[in-house]
Write a protein that binds this ligand. Structure first.
Ligand code: SF4
Ligand code: SF4
Length: 89
């Protein structure tokens, strides 16, 4: 899923993620509890920058592009994602 009609320079979360590295400004990062994840892909569906990636038995995140917004953690129906301070991650 991409937002094709929004100019790239308009908003960082409306840009294809491969053109927008996060750098070091993110305050929080999502962490998956692998025992709780059932691979429903809800986090993948809701992530505004498409940085949720599928692993063999759970879903994980590409931290090069994750903005730490927490939407995935809010939307996960199995409460398998928690947001932690960058220093903890
Ligand atoms: S929404 Fe939660 S349970 Fe579903 S794939 Fe993502 S982490 Fe796993
Ligand atoms: S916190 Fe979750 S929804 Fe937000 S950018 Fe990172 S992976 Fe995507």
């Amino acid at each position: 899923m991409t937002l094709r009609n929004v100019p790239d320079n308009m908003c960082p979360i409306a840009t294809e993620y491969t053109t927008m590295l996060t750098g070091d400004w993110r305050a929080l990062r999502p962490i998956v509890d692998r025992d709780r994840c059932v691979k429903c892909a809800t986090c993948w569906l809701y992530c505004p920058v498409q940085c949720v990636v599928e692993k063999a038995a759970w879903f994980d995140f590409n931290y090069d592009f994750c903005k730490g917004c927490g939407i995935c953690a809010e939307e996960c129906p199995h409460r398998a994602i928690r947001m932690v301070e960058e220093a903890e991650g």
